[in-house]
Design a binder for this molecule. Structure first.
Ligand SMILES: [Zn+2]
Length: 294
C-alpha cells in the first residue's frame, strides 16, 4: 500500500503540471493524510538571485510531493568553518527568505562551535528574538567537545531544535566533523535536551546503533542514498518516534528521500510520525511561543 501510494503520488505529480500547488496538495492530502515536514533544506540546486527566489523554486518541487512545511538552514556559498561575520550573513539570507514566505518555511540558525560566544549571540538574535526555531552545526568543530555545551544548554532553554551533522567517512572524517559516536557523548551531557543526529552518520547501520542508548537523540534520515532497510532498522532499534524525515534538498531530491519512508515496511502510524508528526511535536512549543498556529 505504501509503495503503491508513492507511485500514485509521483504519477499525479507529473501529470498535474496544470494544477496549482494548492489544488495538488488538496488532491493528495486526503489520499494518505500525511502532513509532511521536511527537516533539512538548503538554497542549493536551484537558481535565483535572492533566497526567496530560490525558495520559490524549491517549494514548487515540494508541492509536487505534497510537502507541507520546509526548514531551511545555511546560505551560500558553502562555508565549512564560517567566521562569525559569515554565519551572520548566511543567517541573514535565511531570515530574508522567512520574511517573504510566512509560515510555509522555517529556519535554523547556522553556528560555528569554534566561536561559542558569537554563536550564543546569534542564537539570541535569530532564535530568542527572531523567527528561527533551531540551530544547525556542521563540520567546524566536533560536537563531543565541551566548548559546545553553552550552545546546547541555551537551545534547551528555548526549546529550539538542534541539528548536528554527523558522518562516518570511509576515508576518515574531516578534523572537525562529528560522528554519531561524538553526538552520543554530547547527548549524554545534556540528557534532557532533544538533539538530532544529522544524516544518521551516513553509514546508518552504525549510526543507529551509536545513538540507540541516547534517548534524547532523534535521527535525521536525509542526505544519503535511499537504501532499503534504513528506515525499518531505525524504527526497530529506536522506535518511529525518534526518526525524522528530511531531504537535504537541493543536494538530494525530495522523491529519493521520501522513498526511504514510503518504501519502508513500517506501520502507517510510524510513517506519519516520521514524515511530520515527530518534528511537529518537537517544534510545537517554540512555534507556539512565536505565535505560529500548528
Ligand atoms: Zn545539508
Amino acid at each position: 500500500m505504501d509503495r503503491r501510494f508513492f507511485l500514485e503520488a509521483a504519477t499525479v505529480a507529473s501529470a498535474s503540471s496544470l494544477l496549482t500547488s494548492r489544488q495538488l496538495l488538496a488532491e493528495l492530502a486526503p489520499t494518505n493524510g500525511d502532513d509532511i515536514w521536511d527537516l533539512h533544506c538548503h538554497f542549493s540546486g536551484v537558481v535565483g538571485e535572492t533566497p526567496a527566489d530560490r525558495v520559490e523554486k524549491i517549494v514548487e518541487y515540494a508541492d509536487r510531493m505534497a510537502i507541507h512545511r520546509l526548514i531551511f538552514f545555511m546560505g551560500w556559498p558553502w562555508s565549512t568553518a564560517p567566521k562569525p561575520d559569515e554565519f551572520r550573513r548566511q543567517n541573514d539570507q535565511v531570515l530574508d527568505a522567512l520574511s517573504k514566505w510566512g509560515h510555509r518555511i522555517f529556519g535554523f540558525a547556522y553556528l560555528n562551535g569554534h566561536h561559542p560566544e558569537e554563536s550564543l549571540a546569534e542564537i539570541e538574535r535569530c532564535v530568542a528574538e527572531g523567527p528561527m526555531i533551531g540551530v544547525k552545526l556542521w563540520v567546524a568543530r566536533k560536537c563531543s567537545e565541551e566548548a559546545l555545551d553553552p550552545i546546547i544548554k541555551r537551545c534547551g532553554e528555548l526549546q529550539a531544535a538542534i541539528y548536528q551533522h554527523t558522518w562516518l567517512k570511509t576515508q576518515g572524517n574531516g578534523p572537525g566533523e562529528s560522528t554519531p559516536m561524538d553526538l552520543a557523548i554530547l547527548a549524554a551531557r545534556h540528557p534532557n535536551v532533544p538533539i538530532i543526529c544529522g544524516h544518521t552518520g551516513g553509514d546508518w547501520t552504525r549510526g543507529i546503533r551509536a545513538v540507540r542508548a541516547a534517548k534524547n537523540v532523534s535521527i535525521g534520515i536525509g542526505g544519503s542514498e535511499p537504501t532499503a532497510g534504513f528506515v525499518e532498522m531505525a524504527v526497530r532499534e529506536l522506535g518511529a518516534e525518534r526518526v525524522i524525515y528530511g531531504s537535504d534538498a537541493g543536494g538530494r531530491s525530495f522523491s529519493s528521500q521520501l522513498a526511504k519512508v514510503y518504501g519502508a515496511e513500517i506501520s502507517e502510524a510510524g510513517r506519519r510520525q516520521i514524515l511530520g508528526g515527530n518534528l511537529r511535536r518537537m517544534l510545537t512549543p517554540i512555534l507556539r511561543s512565536k505565535g505560529v498556529n500548528v
